[in-house]
Design a protein around this ligand. Sequence first.
Ligand SMILES: Nc1ncnc2c1ncn2[C@@H]1O[C@H](COP(=O)(O)OP(=O)(O)OP(=O)(O)O)[C@@H](O)[C@H]1O
Ligand SMILES: CC(C)(CO)[C@@H](O)C(=O)[O-]
Ligand code: BAL
Length: 370
Amino acid sequence: MHIPLLILSHRPVQIIRPLHRYFSISTSTMATKSKVQSLPSAAPPLKLYATVKDFRDHRRALLKQSTNVGFIPTMGALHAGHLSLMRRAAHECEAVVVSIFVNPAQFAPTEDLDVYPRTLEADITAIENLNQELEKSDAKGRVESLFVPTVSEMYPSGIPQVEAEQRGAFVTVQPLASKLEGITRPHFFRGVATICTKLFNIVQPDRAYFGQKDVQQSVVLKRMVKDLHMSLEIQVCDTGREKDGLAMSSRNVYLGVKRRKVAPVLYKTLRAVEKAYWAQVDKGAKKVRTSSVLEAGLNVLDGAMGSDGVNWELEYLSLADPVELEELSEIDVREGAILSAALKMLPTSSEEAPVRLIDNIILKAAADAK
Ligand SMILES: Nc1ncnc2c1ncn2[C@@H]1O[C@H](COP(=O)(O)OP(=O)(O)OP(=O)(O)O)[C@@H](O)[C@H]1O
Ligand SMILES: CC(C)(CO)[C@@H](O)C(=O)[O-]
Ligand code: BAL
């Protein structure tokens, strides 16, 4: 066991240039009063709910009809990756519920909470268009409700950004939450596990769908559901990619032209490691030394560094076991591994701020993969 390769920087992300915000959320709130949020209208069957009470009334009606519910929690700024989760849920469930909530508890005080893209009207349109597509398909269900609560609705006791000042109930999943992403973002999975617990309690889904792009998140949440005996299944869906391989992410809009062009280097790095791994397995290896395959990825990064004036810091390039996320020095090919990385793309001008990109590939257990 050893720590993730090359952890170079733990400085937090600071986004300088503010982006459009649909409605503002207080970032230092201790408020307990619910702000009234007026929601836009939406085309049937999509219904919008802003309060826990209203959503629960709706959920009770679904329960009476024994409707099977699939749930997709999001932070909005929807892209094709999010829509693919909804599409899959609609094929497997009679009713699909989506939530949009930019969760303060998963942002450190220095991170991009204030400027996180908020595009509610465009998000509603994207869901309506998806419903039209589903109408023409053999999907079982439609996205029939969107839950868009305010911060004070979700955190009735308030949610100061500084963790030491936070009061009330929070959920932690240790030690999974402290590895990989948790090294750079120690607050992150506590925030995610807490908000997902709240959302699962409110929505009461039969299944919740998450993207493999955030692979550690799905490992953490699966463990939380198991350990806390929550009554739902977690489904993990493939990562949606742009044509050049870049994993779709709401934060890609921060990249700007130059960094966007170079950003696929992250996926290319992972693919190089994957290729080196399978080359050894194909030759009959039963155990693969991780240093021998990570090298291939580091070579890709070294070769591309500085192109178009774009530079980065590699936060981690990791091969970890799929259950405990322990760093591996050797992969047992019958077990496989999670290959993941985070790159901090550095600004190319004074207008820009660093942007963290994450991505991963699952090296399946050899028997499954062949
Ligand atoms: N490219 C993608 N393919 C599949 N699922 C995705 C993709 N990107 C995000 N998701 C999933 O969508 C859900 C909501 O994610 P979120 O709203 O944070 O979007 P995001 O694009 O990951 O944003 P961010 O840039 O903040 O990481 C999560 O389960 C996440 O894993
Ligand atoms: C699961 C989630 C919606 C919780 O805020 C968020 O972490 C995300 O979008 O991946
Ligand atoms: N999809 C991960 C959400 C976050 O980075 O806050």
